[in-house]
Structures are given as structure tokens and as C-alpha cells.
Write a protein that binds this ligand. Structure first.
Ligand code: SAM
Length: 474
């Protein structure tokens, strides 16, 4: 097949003598059957994909459509897609991007070999570097100082170094040294007209907090070029950015709920903060991206037609008109909204300059520490007064499709200091039985009790293990 050159549609920034090359081995048999973790994800079912698949196969032996209704990181969708057609649904755009890249890789062999070179040498990169160079240099100096034992400036940078906070008028809380640099960078960005559009979004919102300014710059530069490639390969490239951001982010647990806390609860700086920050912030975005891009472009296409929707689960269940045999559902069970942990990934995909929520502490207002989007999704599954009816809707609509439902649940384990569940498994089972004749609960990964039928009163479910509730219409 002739390789498609993506340059034609990339636009004016690019030297058209350069070609983008990276051959796509479309058949990579090794990749089949291997579970993939595209992003670090809370509650990822990576370890359980085999069990989930065999449970689904036991419920439906026809190999027909399975709908992964809360697809999250896409790990389960991808694994199931090797052996049956999949419909992936999630309310978040970053999930749609990852699932689309994993399930429906481009059909044509595009080449991307010097894509990174193009990004690094682009006009956009040069402009942005000029604009934020003072902050890049200042951050290096703060890290150096911290490694030598002077921790103040690095702590301050992590706490107050957000350009968006400065733009919103909260810069007065900084030291004169940081204030001066933020002012200079903001005026550079204004001069280049980069305060309104998406071109400097990652630098302005997350530079210095979640990523180093240099890393944020590289992410912006990649995103700018990606916005100009043909639509059919955009998700592949964007997914590689999401995986990169998840790998390099300088936080505890690699999620985006808040930047790393540089101080102890008594306000004194943490001794090892310099080393910790240096470790994550010196990771090169371009080479990490290159590695992820290779992973995505070598994803094999399967023989099935997979569908991916960014949609509320109830709307999706109304819209689906395929003959779905099984719905696999892994909704959230605690008060923690997933959108709080992954809002940065959502903004990376949307590039929409979102409004940021503010917080007031001791009478002082500032942008939220996590730089949260004001419009971040609030799931009914995470709201105590709405969780029961959210589940009621789930059981009712899936039953209406005449599909079986396989529901993931991880019971609350006090000893492990888990977050309390908003709904108990007994309550869930009662709702399930209103709609389904046959309801059973199996424990995952606990072989001695691997198949437990609760109606036997013979159950001895390990409440620290994950369970699947299997609901069958017949
Ligand atoms: C527990 S995670 C799914 C994890 C996934 N099984 C995995 O292995 O990565 C729950 C997902 O539900 C999604 N979600 C929450 N409320 C939703 C809604 N109303 N409609 C669709 N998806 C929703 C969240 O965005 C999140 O990705």
C-alpha cells in the first residue's frame, strides 16, 4: 500500500521538503491478546481482563457485540476487541480518543518518522520558547537551589507558578522574584497573541505545576501540529500525547487531582522535593511521545467493526441499535469523580481554554490548586442522593436491550482504608433482581472462591477482592 504523507494538510508552519516517515507494521501478532495500559488509571481493570473476558464469553457464546459502557482507560475494550466486536462508551473525550486509537487504528499506512523534528523546528515552537524562556530558566535555577538545600523558590514555583493564575490576577501572592518573571512571560505571550487561543494552553495552565515549563512547551508544540493532521490519524497521535502526559506528570500516583505537595502539613518544605521534581520533570516529552506513537501505530486492526462514543451511559443505551449481547459496566462507586483525576487529559483533548474554578482559603481567593475546569463532569454515580437511581436506570435500560449485564464492583475494605462505596452490593443485587431473573456474584482473582452464587447462602466472598455481578435475562 502506498504510504500517505500527512504533510499536505499540516499547514504553513511546516517545511514541505520534509517528509514524515514511520512505517506501520499492521500485523503485529504479538500485540494480540496482550493487555495494554495506555494511561495510569485509578480502578483500571488491567489485572482482571482475562477473567472479565471469560465471564462475558460464558454468558454469551455467540461472539456478538459487547458494550463497554464506562470504558475509562480503554484497557478492557481493547482486550475484548480481539475476540468480539466492541462498542466503547464513556462521558469523557480523552477516553474516546484512547479507545478510538486502540480499537480503530488508521487503515492506511501513514508515516510519522520526522514528525517530532517538524514539531521541534516549527515556527510555533520557536515563538513559544522565546515567550516562556524566562520561566524555563527560572525553574532550572529553582531545582538547582533545591538540590543544594535552598527549597523556598521551588516550593513557591509549584504552588504559585501557574501563568493562568497570574493572568487571572492572583499573582500578588508571589514573591517579587517570581512575580517579575511571570509578568515578563505574560507580556511575551500577549505580544504574540497567545493568551486567547489553544497554542500555549498547556504552558499557561499546567506549566510549573504538573509538568516542567519545558515539557509543557513540548506538549503544546506537538498538539499544535496534531491539530493540523488529517482527522483519521488525529486520535492516534492524540492518544500518544495522553499516554505521554500520564507517564511524565509530576504527581503522586500519576493522576491529575493536584500538583505534588512540596510542603509537609506544618508548612515546612519536604527535604527531597528537589530530587522528586527533577526526576519527573527531566523526562523528555518528545522521546516519550515517539515511543507511545510507535505503540499506537503498531496496534493491529481486527476483523470486527468497533464503535466508540463519547456519551452519557443512558443516552448511549438509548442510541445503540446493534444487537448487543452483553453490556460490561464498570461505573464509579465512590464520591470521587473521575473528572477530578483526569481533567488535564480532558483539556489536552479539547484545547478549549476552559474557565478555572477558584477556591478561598483563609479569606484569600486563588485559582484551584488543581487548575480544575469549572465544567468538569459530575457523575450521578458519585453523588449519594443520585447513585441508586443511576444504577436503577442502568439495569432497566440494559434489560430493555435484552442484553446480559456484567457489572464490576469492588467491595469496601475498611482495613485497606478504601473510600466508602455509595451503594452496597446487597442494595445493587436487589435492584438487579427487579429486572433480571438470574443474578449471581463471582469473585475475581480469588481462586478458592472463584464462583460463588449468593443465592446458595454459601458465599464467602473475600470483600477485598473485586467481584462481578452477572445478570442474565433468562
Ligand atoms: C471505574 S472507571 C472505568 C475504568 C475502566 N474499566 C478501566 O479499566 O480503565 C469509570 C468511568 O466511568 C465514566 N463515567 C462516569 N459517569 C459516566 C456517565 N454518566 N456516562 C458515561 N461514563 C461515565 C468515567 O469517566 C470513568 O472513565
Amino acid at each position: 500500500m502506498k504510504n500517505q504523507n500527512v504533510l499536505d494538510s499540516i499547514g504553513p508552519d511546516i517545511d514541505s521538503n520534509m517528509s514524515i516517515q514511520l512505517n506501520l507494521p499492521f500485523e503485529s501478532a504479538l500485540q494480540f491478546q496482550k493487555a495494554i495500559r495506555p494511561i495510569h488509571y485509578l480502578g483500571s481493570k488491567l489485572r482482571f481482563v482475562d477473567f472479565i473476558r471469560s465471564t462475558i464469553d460464558a454468558v454469551d457464546s455467540t461472539g456478538g457485540y459487547v458494550c463497554d459502557l464506562f470504558a475509562g482507560s480503554g484497557t478492557v475494550s481493547k482486550y475484548l476487541s480481539n475476540t468480539r466486536p466492541v462498542i466503547s462508551v464513556d462521558i469523557q473525550e480523552y477516553t474516546r480518543v484512547i479507545c478510538s486509537a486502540l480499537l480503530n487504528p488508521p487503515c492506511k499506512p501513514y508515516q510519522f518518522d520526522n514528525f517530532i523534528d517538524l514539531c521541534a523546528k516549527s515556527e510555533h515552537s520557536k515563538k513559544l520558547r522565546w515567550a516562556i524562556d524566562p520561566l524555563i530558566n527560572y525553574e532550572s535555577m529553582c531545582i538547582r537551589r533545591a538540590l543544594e538545600g535552598d527549597l523556598f523558590s521551588l516550593c513557591e514555583l509549584i504552588e504559585n507558578g501557574s501563568i493562568i493564575g497570574f493572568e487571572r490576577g492572583f499573582g500578588k501572592q508571589c514573591s517579587p522574584e517570581l512575580f517579575k518573571i511571570l509578568k515578563k512571560v505574560s507580556s511575551h505571550l500577549a505580544e504574540l497573541n497567545l493568551l486567547e487561543g489553544p497554542e500555549a494552553l498547556i504552558v499557561r495552565y499546567y506549566g510549573g505545576l504538573y509538568f516542567s515549563y519545558e515539557q509543557a512547551l513540548q506538549l503544546d508544540v506537538l498538539l499544535e501540529l496534531i491539530s493540523r493532521v488529517p482527522k483519521e490519524i488525529r486520535d492516534t497521535l492524540l492518544a500518544a500525547i495522553l499516554s505521554t502526559a500520564s507517564e511524565i506528570v509530576n504527581t503522586v500516583g500519576k493522576q491529575f487531582a493536584q500538583p505534588i505537595r512540596p510542603r509537609k502539613s506544618d508548612g515546612t518544605p519536604k527535604k527531597y522535593i528537589g530530587k522528586r521534581v527533577q526526576r519527573d520533570r527531566s523526562i523528555d516529552v518528545f522521546s516519550t511521545f515517539q515511543r507511545w506513537l510507535k505503540c499506537y501505530v503498531t496496534q493491529p486492526r481486527t476483523e470486527y467493526i468497533h464503535k466508540v462514543y463519547k456519551m452519557d451511559y443512558l443516552n448511549a443505551l438509548d442510541l445503540i441499535d446493534d444487537d448487543v449481547k452483553v453490556v460490561y459496566a464498570d461505573p464509579p462507586y465512590t464520591r470521587d469523580h473521575y473528572s477530578r483525576f483526569y481533567h488535564v487529559l480532558e483539556t489536552i483533548c479539547l484545547r478549549d481554554n476552559p474557565k478555572i474554578s477558584t477556591t478561598s482559603v483563609n479569606g484569600k481567593t486563588n485559582v484551584s490548586r488543581g487548575i480544575y475546569r469549572q465544567d468538569r463532569h459530575q457523575s450521578p454515580f458519585c453523588i449519594k442522593s443520585k447513585a441508586s437511581s443511576a444504577f436503577e436506570g442502568l439495569f432497566q435500560k440494559v434489560r430493555g436491550l435484552e442484553s446480559s449485564l456484567v457489572l464490576s464492583y469492588s467491595p469496601f475494605d475498611k482495613d485497606k482504608k478504601a473510600r466508602p462505596r455509595l451503594i452496597t452490593i446487597d442494595k445493587l443485587e436487589n435492584i438487579a433482581k427487579k429486572y433480571y431473573n438470574k443474578v449471581s456474584v463471582v469473585s475475581i482473582g480469588n481462586s478458592s472462591h472463584s464462583k460463588l452464587n449468593r443465592s446458595d447462602k454459601n458465599f464467602d466472598i473475600s470483600y477485598s477482592a473485586e467481584v462481578l455481578m452477572i445478570c442474565e435475562p433468562k
